[in-house]
Write a new protein. Structure first.
Length: 251
């Protein structure tokens, strides 16, 4: 493999570009903002974004957040969350909050997550893939007539069926009222439900309030106790082996 060396100036330029993409996202339409445009964007859009952030999660109502949505998380329509409308000058009054896709020609009226198995979305109970269903609201199947709309029989890690899950879009106040973490204010685009590294893990594996809630503390204590017992057992085995080495051989 060929190694590429870049100097400090090039490194700084790469880091600046990555920061630019995190902040601007898809809002530049594929054309880099000028310095003046970028400065104006940060002065106008970023403060509003931090104030009106929307949190997007996927799960069974009243239960844990099975999936927290990030910029690259795909929608049913196959486009990423960052390709949907995620910034608002004023938060919508209507519920649920709709986040329509901004890709030209896409009929998706609001971001909607779907379970992933391996690297592909789970098939419908009619055996056809999500791409063989319409991205419009009803998600009618394009291949068969008996399917009334996409419905996944997949069982999530939380133990609930896929069709019982919904995509939830909520404000900071609404999320806090549910006892879920909101993290700190960040200027980056389309952060969705991400508030930390644990947000990247499925809900049933997270040991935080957005995962297994109050049960996480008990689970963590059990893991700690189990680890201590293992360590003590290994220590006793080592002491026994050392004792055997010191004893004279019995003929």
């Amino acid at each position: 493999m060929k190694r590429i060396h870049i100097d400090k100036n090039a490194t700084n330029a790469v880091e600046a570009y990555l920061e630019y993409k995190r902040i601007v996202g898809e809002d530049d339409g594929g054309r880099l903002f000028s310095e003046e445009e970028y400065k104006k964007y940060k002065e106008t859009v970023v403060p509003r974004r931090m104030q009106n952030r929307l949190y997007v999660s996927f799960g069974v109502p009243g239960h844990i957040d099975c999936k927290l949505i990030g910029p690259e998380t795909p929608c049913f329509c196959t486009h990423g969350y960052k390709q949907h409308c995620t910034d608002f000058e004023e938060l919508p009054k209507e519920r649920p909050i709709l986040l329509p896709c901004r890709v030209k020609g896409c009929q998706c009226v609001s971001y909607e997550y779907v379970h992933i198995s391996g690297s592909k979305p789970v098939r419908c109970q009619c055996k056809h893939t999500t791409s063989e269903h319409s991205e419009a609201v009803a998600h009618q199947c394009k291949k068969c007539t008996h399917c009334t709309g996409y419905r996944s029989p997949f069982t999530c890690g939380c133990g609930q069926p896929g069709y019982a899950h919904v995509t939830l879009v909520e404000t900071t106040e609404e999320r806090m009222a549910r006892g879920r973490p909101v993290g700190r204010a960040v200027p980056y685009a389309a952060m969705g439900g991400l508030t930390g590294f644990s947000s990247l893990v499925d809900g049933y594996l997270r040991l935080d309030p957005s995962g297994v809630s109050m049960g996480s503390l008990k689970h963590a204590n059990n893991l700690q106790t189990h680890t201590c017992v293992q360590r003590e057992h290994r220590s006793k085995l080592a002491e026994g082996m050392m004792s055997d080495l010191k004893d004279p051989l019995v003929s």
